[in-house]
Design a protein around this ligand. Structure first.
Ligand code: FEO
Length: 387
């Protein structure tokens, strides 16, 4: 396994995780990469490492460029183990390498490994390795408290770690070697599932990045941005500000089809009002895929049949995941059918209210099988609620 040159004196030496399909609950249909970069200069610098099981792959790629014992600095932009996991393996070979991190990174690395010294750097502090100067900028909560990004001049490369990343495995590492629609979709999904709760912090980081002359953004997951830097920056601009499309998601599960019929009656209203909608039955749709759409949707309709005085487990899981991602409030409606009791729609409504979502109306419930008149009334009611 060889390194891939991305710029003069800079090579990608990371690992490609073709098999990854779940990243702590996030379904990664296209696998992922753990990107690490080697910068050759008077002093040799490694920027980030890889997940521990890929340590040999990292060392093999480094060895295709230079003897790994010659590494002088390991810049750890982020202590999460998908990027720091191989630091101990590298230090076994590069015995005198100095590990550099933010102060929160120093603490986190000590708590995770406790086996090597770390030099903490302030935001704005620089490191000169000969020809190159690295400037560190703290970007806390994008997506852990310790995150920082590293900007290299000359070269104008931003090593952005999680920011601008995508869970996307590919044989070719540059953006222009991959389908732009796919990588931008994966970048949006990544933001929705990883960064969304920290949008205010991401906005600050984005503002800092936009001020820099940039030739490349070399993140820690997925491809390296070069040709499509304007596209990824404009996508982030929309995401950090919570920009919405005129779209609605009808997210639901149904026991015997009655809640499904309600969902379709709601979709008729949306169609009549010119709102683009997506019917997302939770039996057939993955929660982390739905989050990519939640990010920019204007309306959320969430439904469940009542089951044992509660809601269906798929809907409970969706609400739990949504709550953790705590994004910008959306207009919502809770709905569902029931046989007796009928608590389902109310439970959804309470959960959505606890997330500071904005109700379009009281929860809507229909007993047993809705007839045509009930469905028509639901369609008309929803039409009256949509702007
Ligand atoms: Fe890719 Fe927050 O780690």
């Amino acid at each position: 396994m060889k390194a891939i040159k991305i710029s003069e004196n800079v090579t990608w030496v990371g690992a490609t995780d073709w098999k990854l399909r779940n990243f702590h609950g996030y379904t990664t249909h296209r696998g992922s990469t753990y990107n690490a970069y080697l910068v050759l200069d008077k002093k040799v610098t490694l920027i980030d490492t890889v997940k521990a099981p890929f340590s040999d792959e990292l060392l093999e790629r480094i060895s295709s460029v230079i003897d790994p014992s010659k590494i002088d600095y390991i810049i750890s932009n982020h202590a999460e183990p998908d990027h720091s996991g191989a630091i101990p393996a590298v230090l076994k070979v590069a015995k005198n390498a100095n590990v550099i991190a933010s102060p929160n990174g120093e603490r986190a690395l000590n708590e995770i490994f406790g086996s090597f010294p770390v030099t903490a750097v302030k935001s704005g502090e620089t490191l000169c390795t000969g020809k190159y100067t690295f400037t560190f900028t703290h970007t806390p909560m994008v997506h852990w408290p310790d995150n920082m990004v590293t900007y290299m001049t000359p070269g104008e490369i931003l090593f952005s770690n999680d920011a601008f990343g995508q869970h996307y495995a590919a044989s070719d590492i540059m953006d222009f070697e991959n389908d732009p629609a796919t990588i931008l979709y994966e970048a949006k999904k990544y933001y929705a599932n990883i960064v969304m709760p920290y949008s205010p912090q991401a906005k600050k980081a984005l503002d800092a990045v936009k001020a820099l002359p940039l030739k490349m953004i070399a993140g820690s997951h997925g491809i390296v941005w070069q040709k499509h830097i304007p596209d990824i920056l404009s996508l982030y601009e929309r995401m950090v500000t919570g920009a919405e499309d005129n779209t609605a998601l009808i997210v639901y599960d149904t026991m015997w089809g009655s809640t499904d019929r309600m969902a379709r009656a709601i979709s008729d209203a949306l169609k009549d009002k010119g709102v683009k909608y997506y019917l997302l039955d939770l039996k057939n749709n993955d929660i982390s895929d739905i989050m990519e759409q939640v990010l920019t949707a204007k309306y959320l309709f969430v439904g469940s049949s009542t089951l044992n005085n509660n809601i269906l487990p798929t809907v409970a899981a969706f609400l739990c995941y949504l709550k953790g991602l705590s994004h910008k409030p959306k207009k919502f409606m809770a709905f569902g059918s029931y046989g007796w009791g009928g608590q389902g729609a109310g439970i959804i409504n309470a959960e959505m209210l606890s997330m500071k979502m904005l109700p379009l109306c009281e929860p809507v419930k229909i007993k047993n099988v809705p007839d045509e008149a009930a469905l028509k009334a639901l369609t008309e009611a929803v039409k009256g609620l949509i702007e």
